[in-house]
Design a protein around this ligand. Structure first.
Ligand code: MN
Length: 130
């Protein structure tokens, strides 16, 4: 497996699309359909990267991101926000909440895989320098 990716998403179609892309590309994927389950899974599974929906049924993706980033073992794990309703200023809001990147939905295969390679590649290079 290339890496373990946690996707927190309440929309089954979006989940299915990303699952198909990740599984065919050699990633392990774990899934949560609400924010609190996502935070608990992040703490338990220690994924290498998190894809985060913003509109979730309980706490929103920004609150979930803040809680995950407060976990010492997860503080440096990249969180990429995924949202369909991106408006002016949203990117800044996501970054302020601790998100490391942002993808507009629906994501394309190429965009998603490029983003994962970018963030996971960066993590690998950092390990070599320390
Ligand atoms: Mn949603």
């Amino acid at each position: 497996m290339l890496a373990k990716i946690l996707y927190i998403e309440d929309n089954p179609q979006n989940m299915r699309l990303v699952r198909k892309i990740l599984q065919h590309s050699g990633y392990e994927m774990i899934e949560a359909t609400d924010g609190l389950t996502g935070v608990a899974l992040a703490a338990q599974e220690l994924p290498d990267l998190i894809l985060m929906d913003i509109n979730l049924p309980d706490i929103d993706g920004l609150e979930a991101t803040a809680r995950i980033k407060a976990l010492p073992q997860m503080a440096h794990v990249p969180v990429i926000a995924l949202t369909a309703n991106a408006m002016h200023g949203d990117r800044e809001r996501f970054i302020a909440a601790g998100c490391d990147g942002y993808l507009a939905k629906p994501v394309t295969r190429i965009e998603l895989l490029n983003t994962l390679a970018h963030f996971l590649g960066h993590t690998v290079r950092q390990i070599h320098y320390t």
